[in-house]
Design a protein around this ligand. Structure first.
Ligand SMILES: C[S@@+](CC[C@H](N)C(=O)[O-])C[C@H]1O[C@@H](n2cnc3c(N)ncnc32)[C@H](O)[C@@H]1O
Length: 342
């Protein structure tokens, strides 16, 4: 184990960012201890390699790095904490300090004054020089809840990359596809590992397949609509990815054996259910998952929360680990269920 790592999480959802980190760490078999959490904040004591892993995989982590100290919400507390930090790691290097506020915590604080107080605490004897444009080391402070977390920036995730591959920029587009960031989270919640078989039995235009294949998984898709099958092949090839896409009923298990399943079936509000009721569809999906998932393999799927998808999954013999909710519009709340095969 190394020291504690501070993670600044996205504020887009209250529970998914924490769950995504857990899913990624499980997938890679990385051991860790959670040593604290706050609003958009997670503190972990992990093994070596956590930062690179999150940088390349996470959709809902913004940045992170070695934790230097945690102060209370006062300039005195910040100065006291900074005086206790061993600043030796920036000896002879250039550094900059940037402070951010999560949501509206400690609005009265002057972030520039806070940055200055931290910078002033670095002993002059170290010969470190301030550079606010391209320093060798960024010292970051994040205000969340009652605390000010001070850390050295180790990585930032490339959030722009998700925007660049938004569904409308692909050769085949169909409404109802989730944004790449959300698709990535589903795949990460399935805890599939690179080189694992990741199945999306309702693959549509291939959004989940793209995210899985980009993380090195062997992505396999199924769709009942031939236009979607062709579209998904076109879309995955567009990114230079090699995925298997099969035409068929995703609940009938045309694919034998999967290490993880991530999928977003129809919600039964349009014509795309192929006439089936959504309840039956989810029962079929979870029954199929039970059959094709390896022992300990996980499925992450979405459905309207009103049909109580967790109880359907349990009824089919899966162990439900998590259920997250996401409001889509006034009359539709999406439940995102993560369940494990025995
Ligand atoms: C919400 S869309 C999936 C969107 C997908 N995540 C994407 O990236 O485009 C649901 C898909 O399920 C397909 N579908 C409906 N019933 C199906 C079934 N029984 N088996 C396989 N696919 C089915 C529809 O054709 C549709 O493409």
């Amino acid at each position: 184990m190394i020291g504690s790592i501070f993670l600044l999480l996205s504020g887009e959802h209250p529970t998914l960012p924490y769950a995504e980190v857990r899913g990624i760490l499980r997938s890679e078999g990385m051991r860790y201890a959670e040593v604290g959490r706050g609003d958009q904040v997670l503190l972990l004591n992990p093994e070596e390699g956590l930062e690179g892993l999150l940088r390349s995989r996470a959709a809902l982590v913004m940045e992170g790095g070695p934790l230097l100290g945690v102060a209370g919400r006062s300039m005195e507390s910040i100065s006291r904490t900074c005086n206790g930090i061993d600043w030796g790691f920036i000896e002879g290097r250039t550094f900059g300090v940037r402070a951010t506020r999560v949501k509206r915590y400690w609005e009265a604080a002057d972030l520039q004054a806070l940055e200055k107080a931290i910078g002033d605490a670095v002993p002059r004897s170290l010969g470190a020089r301030v550079n606010l444009t391209a320093p060798e080391v960024w010292i970051r402070a994040a205000v969340s809840g009652e605390s000010v977390y001070i850390f050295s920036l180790g990585f930032r995730t490339d959030r722009g990359a998700f925007v660049k591959r938004r569904p409308k920029t692909r050769p085949y587009f169909h409404p109802g596809v989730l944004e790449p960031k959300v698709s990535r989270v589903f795949v990460n919640l399935s805890a599939a590992r690179p080189r694992d078989v990741l199945l999306d039995p309702f693959c549509g235009t291939g959004g989940f397949l793209i995210e899985a294949a980009m993380m090195g998984m062997k992505a396999v898709g199924v769709d009942i609509d031939l236009r979607m099958v062709r579209g998904a092949i076109k879309n995955t090839k567009f990114y230079g990815l090699d995925c298997d896409v099969v035409h068929g009923d995703g609940t009938a298990g045309p694919v034998r054996g999967a290490d993880g399943i991530a999928t977003d079936p129809p919600y039964g509000r349009g014509a795309s259910t192929g006439g089936e009721r959504v309840w039956d569809l989810i029962r079929g999906l979870t029954r199929m998952a039970r059959e094709v998932l390896r022992s300990g393999g996980r499925i992450c799927f979405a459905s309207p929360s009103e049909i109580e998808p967790s109880s359907i999954a349990e009824g089919e013999g899966l162990r439900v680990l998590e259920e997250h909710t996401m409001r889509v519009h006034k009359s539709l709340t999406r439940a995102i269920v993560v369940a494990e095969s025995a």
